[in-house]
Design a protein around this ligand. Structure first.
Ligand SMILES: *Cc1c(COP(=O)(O)O)cnc(C)c1O
Length: 395
C-alpha cells in the first residue's frame, strides 16, 4: 500500500509508570529518571469521537488499523511487513480435552517473523526512525532479535543483535539472513543487555530492549484492541499469557484502560493469567509471596526461549495487572509444555511454540488451583511458531 506523508496526531506526552513524571514525546527516550518504563499517553478525549469500533470497518488488516492510538506521526514512517491482525481461532476440541467450555487461540505464530515480537519491534523501529535514530541494538532471547533484524532491514537502519549462544538455530539463521550484525554471548538475555548497553555508551546505539524504550509496548497493546474486535465487541473472561518481560500483558492492560476511556468497554476486565517456566518463574514466585516487585531468578533454564527472562524491568506492572484483574500466575515444566504442543497441534492444526504449549498446559492447572472456572471463556496466546524451535528439546 503506498503511504503518503500525512501527519497523524500521535502521543501527547510520555509518563513514568512509577512516579507519574511526564516528559515530551517527540525526542528519543529510554527509561525515566527513576529508571522505570515510560508509557505513551494520548489525548483520548480528542481521539474518541473519530475512533469508535464502527470506524475500524474496512481499515487495513494489520496493526496500523489502530494508528489513532499509536505514537508514529508521519504515515511515511509506518514500517510494515504485515504484522498483527492474526487469527483468533475457536478451539473446540482442545476445550473438550481441557475440560473447559470455550477456548480461543490467538495465533501469533502467523506474524511476519513467526512471533508476536513483530508487533513491538514494528512500533519501536518505526518510531526510532521517525525520531532520528541511526543505529539500533537489541539484547534478545531469540525472537526479538529476529523481529528487530526484520524491521531494521525494512526501515533501512543497521541493527546489532546480541543473543545467548544456545538460541534456537532457526532464529540465528533468520537474524543473519536479515542482514543484522549478530553477536553470540555465553550467558542469558540479562548478560546480552549489558553488552548492548556498552555499545550504547561507546557507539551511540539506540537500545530497543523491551520496556527500556516506550514503544514496543504500544505495538503489543494492539493485541488487546484486536481481541475486542475479533470477539465481536467484547473481551473474554480470561487471558492466558506466557510471560518473559511481560510486555504483551502490560500492553493489553494499557489497551483496556484506553478502551474504557474512549467508551468502548466498561470497568470490567478479563482475568490476566501469567504463565512462566518452572525453571524461570520470577513473577510466579513474587505473585505467590504477595510481593510488589520480583527478585531476579538465578540459573534460569527452559527451552521456551521467550520465557527465559530472569528479571523484568516491568515486574511491578505485570504483578499489578494480575492482581487488579483477579488473575493468577502459574509455572509449567518443560516436559508439560512439550506434551501440550503435541496436543494443541493434534486438536487445532496449529504448530505452537513451547510458550504456546505452556499456556495450554496452564489451563487445567489454573482450573485445579480454583483460579479459573471451567465455565469461563479463555483466550490462549500462542506467541510464536513451533518452526522457530526445531531442534530444541525440553530441559
Ligand atoms: C518474547 C516471547 C514471550 C514473552 O513475551 P513478553 O511479552 O516479553 O513477556 C513469549 N513467547 C514467545 C514466543 C516470545 O518470543
Amino acid at each position: 500500500m503506498p503511504r503518503s506523508s500525512e501527519l497523524l496526531r500521535g502521543a501527547s506526552h510520555l509518563e513514568c509508570t512509577y512516579t507519574g513524571e511526564t516528559v515530551e514525546s517527540e525526542a528519543l527516550h529510554g527509561l525515566s529518571s527513576a529508571g522505570k518504563p515510560y508509557f505513551a499517553r494520548y489525548d483520548l478525549e480528542a481521539i474518541r469521537p473519530g475512533f469508535q469500533p464502527a470506524d475500524l470497518a474496512g481499515r487495513r488488516a494489520d496493526l496500523w488499523r489502530y494508528e489513532d492510538v499509536l505514537p508514529v506521526r508521519d504515515r511515511a514512517c509506518q514500517v510494515s511487513l504485515g504484522e498483527g491482525w492474526t487469527p483468533l481461532l475457536d478451539s473446540a476440541r482442545l476445550a473438550v480435552r481441557m475440560g473447559v467450555s470455550r477456548v480461543w487461540i490467538k495465533d501469533e505464530g502467523q506474524n511476519p517473523t513467526g512471533s508476536f515480537k513483530d508487533r513491538g519491534l514494528c512500533l519501536a523501529v518505526s518510531r526510532a526512525k521517525e525520531l532520528g535514530a541511526i543505529e539500533l541494538a537489541i539484547p534478545s532471547a531469540g525472537n526479538a532479535g529476529g523481529a528487530a533484524a526484520a524491521y531494521g532491514a525494512a526501515a533501512g537502519l543497521p541493527v546489532h543483535v546480541v543473543v545467548p549462544t544456545d538460541t534456537p538455530a532457526p532464529i540465528l539463521a533468520e537474524i543473519r539472513a536479515l542482514g543484522a550484525n549478530l553477536r553470540l554471548l555465553d550467558g542469558l538475555i540479562s548478560d546480552c543487555g549489558r553488552e548492548v548497553w556498552s555499545g550504547v555508551e561507546k557507539h551511540g546505539w539506540f537500545d530497543l530492549s523491551t520496556l527500556k524504550e516506550p514503544y514496543r509496548v504500544e505495538g503489543k497493546k494492539t493485541m488487546g484492541y484486536e481481541l475486542f474486535e475479533q470477539l465481536g465487541g467484547r473481551l473474554p473472561d480470561g487471558i492466558v499469557y506466557p510471560t518473559g518481560g511481560g510486555t504483551g500483558l502490560i500492553g493489553m492492560w494499557k489497551a483496556f484502560d484506553e478502551m474504557e476511556r474512549m467508551g468502548w468497554i466498561g470497568p470490567e476486565r478479563p482475568k490476566m493469567f501469567s504463565v512462566q517456566a518452572a525453571g524461570c518463574a520470577p513473577m510466579v514466585r513474587a505473585w505467590e509471596s504477595g510481593a510488589a516487585e520480583a527478585e531476579p531468578w538465578a540459573d534460569a533454564v527452559t527451552y521456551a526461549a521467550g520465557m527465559r527472562v530472569p528479571g523484568a524491568v516491568g515486574d511491578f506492572l505485570i504483578l499489578k495487572a494480575i492482581r487488579e484483574s483477579g488473575g493468577a500466575a502459574v509455572a509449567i515444566r518443560d516436559q508439560d509444555m512439550y506434551d501440550w504442543v503435541q496436543a494443541v497441534g493434534a486438536d487445532t492444526g496449529i504448530f505452537a511454540a513451547p510458550e504456546g504449549g505452556a499456556v495450554a498446559a496452564a489451563v487445567p492447572a489454573l482450573v485445579a488451583m480454583g483460579a479459573l472456572d471451567p465455565d469461563e471463556e479463555v483466550v490462549l496466546f500462542n506467541t510464536g511458531s513451533g518452526l522457530k524451535y526445531v531442534g530444541m528439546s525440553p530441559v
